[in-house]
Design a protein around this ligand. Structure first.
Ligand SMILES: [Zn+2]
Length: 178
């Protein structure tokens, strides 16, 4: 059983059983991982107020050697500076584009900066996509080949121009502007 301290962005939480939850974290030191948070849905839980999607948290994790993965023991959070729409779009983006268990310090610092500064602009997304190796110097629309790329379709990892986004009838909720 190993104990780790790291900083993480809470990407999502999902109920597990009556009182527990599975928390998806993008951690500085281990990349994306899912950890169990025990009794988090009890009213007395000290973790509940911290393990909220969008929060940047200092966490203490236990890694079970028996294949049961991680468990969160303690968490201390900072609230993000963001409106809910920007925040949810960003968390969805980060959750979809990051591979599990692959730390990436440069991407982590960029994501941390976005949340701390509330900087959800085009340049932030471009930097993260470059970092991930998705965005090249001269991107083209994956639909029509246009060089006027304006959107990144998060779930499918494709780039689109404004015309193609309209033509394909894709919701602005599913893309980030780049
Ligand atoms: Zn196009």
């Amino acid at each position: 059983m190993l104990e780790h301290y790291t900083t993480a962005i809470v990407l999502a939480t999902e109920p597990r059983g009556e009182i527990d939850a599975a928390v998806t974290l993008y951690t500085k030191d281990f990349g994306k991982l899912t950890a169990k948070a025990k009794s988090i849905r009890k009213i007395t839980s000290k973790l509940a107020g911290h393990l909220v999607p969008g929060n940047v948290v200092r966490v203490r994790l236990i890694e079970h050697g028996d294949g049961n993965g991680f468990q969160v023991l303690d968490a201390l959070s900072e609230k993000p500076k963001a409106n809910l729409g920007d925040l949810l779009r960003f968390l969805n983006f980060l959750n979809k584009v990051t591979p599990a268990a692959l730390p990436d310090l440069s991407l982590w610092y960029e994501a941390d900066h976005v949340l701390r500064e509330g900087d959800f602009g085009v340049e932030s997304y471009r930097r993260m996509l470059r970092d991930l190796g998705f965005l090249t110097d001269s991107p083209v629309c994956d639909d029509c080949g246009s060089k006027r790329v304006a959107y990144f379709l998060t779930g499918d990892v494709i780039f689109l121009c404004a015309d193609s986004l309209r033509k394909l009838n894709i919701s602005e909720n599913d893309v980030v502007s780049i």
